[in-house]
Design a protein around this ligand. Structure first.
Ligand code: G
Ligand code: G
Ligand code: NA
Ligand code: MN
Length: 255
């Protein structure tokens, strides 16, 4: 059975589920939010990440259907955390180009938030720079602007790995830059990676954009990032992505 048909079935059977990875303030050590990372609980193959099925995001219909499901589940999880008195900060969800070009995205997002009684400020949308390229950039700009005006935060993912253009930071509303984990990995030993990371942090500071380091795995990496003024960090040093049910305990056990 073909992947696309199998994904349709998985949607029908409720096999997709967002897991949540914490983002930590490098200044205070507190958890300030989470990134929703999609997982497929495959009945035979076990827990799969997007690297095993990410090509389905290239299909506009499937990407749209999966995106709607992620939005529905993430807002539902946020509402459940609120009901438990759990202070989770914000949740960032990832969106691919085809989710924008379908149209109606701002309305769908704001309706989902409204239905769960979640303030827009508690949601962030992560996009990579590829959404700014090619056809449909006017639609993307318009969607991001309406969401941003409503209070939703916009994060630029994998910064520096794609066709980065600094003009994107002017043309699109960007609240947060995510420094790709490929730059963070060797930060202590590779002077070029370290220089790039410091430059991105300074760029963020100059423009009033928050910086988030991805893939932080060691205390030494975190210390370097903190010393150089990076705002937030995310990575296995703190936690891998966990199912929603485990987030309240994670927050309770955090210093
Ligand atoms: O979760 P990691 O565990 O494997 O995620 C791999 C990639 O898949 C990341 O680049 C992430 O941005 C992307 N991704 C994860 N969840 C989603 C999602 O719900 N929608 C989209 N479009 N991309 C996602
Ligand atoms: O959106 P994006 O590609 O940046 O998604 C983050 C990806 O990185 C996910 O696949 C997630 O599981 C993975 N990830 C999260 N923390 C770490 C980490 O500390 N090290 C590595 N190597 N990968 C991580
Ligand atoms: Na991401
Ligand atoms: Mn990323």
């Amino acid at each position: 059975i073909q992947l696309y048909a199998r994904v349709r079935l998985a949607l029908k059977n409720g096999e997709f589920q967002p897991y949540y990875q914490p983002k930590v303030s490098l200044r205070s050590g507190a958890i300030v939010g989470f990134e929703a990372l999609l997982r497929w609980r495959h009945p035979r193959r076990g827990l799969l990440g997007p690297q095993e099925f990410g090509q389905v995001f290239d299909d506009a219909d499937l990407a749209g259907a999966i995106g709607e499901r992620v939005l529905e589940l993430a807002t539902r999880d946020m509402a459940a955390w609120v009901a438990q008195g759990c202070e989770f900060g914000h949740v960032a969800i990832n969106m691919s180009s085809s989710e924008f070009t379908r149209g109606g995205l701002p309305e769908r997002v704001l309706t989902a938030l409204d239905n769960s009684h979640i303030q827009p400020e508690r949601l962030a949308i992560e996009v990579t720079e590829t959404v700014f390229l090619g056809r449909g950039t006017e639609m993307v700009r318009h969607s991001l602007q309406s969401l941003n005006h409503a209070g939703v935060r916009i994060a630029l993912d994998d910064f520096g790995t794609g066709y980065a253009s600094l003009s994107h930071l002017k043309q699109f509303p960007v609240d947060r830059i995510k420094i790709d984990r490929s730059f963070v990995h060797d930060i202590e030993h590779d002077i070029d990676d370290a220089a790039i990371v410091r430059a991105v942090i300074h760029l963020g500071q100059s423009l009033g954009i928050e910086t988030v380091a991805e893939g932080v795995e060691t205390p030494a990496q975190a210390a370097y990032l903190r010393a150089n003024g990076c705002d937030l960090a995310q990575g296995f040093l703190y936690s891998k992505a966990l199912p929603a049910s485990r987030i309240p305990a994670l927050l309770r056990g955090w210093d």
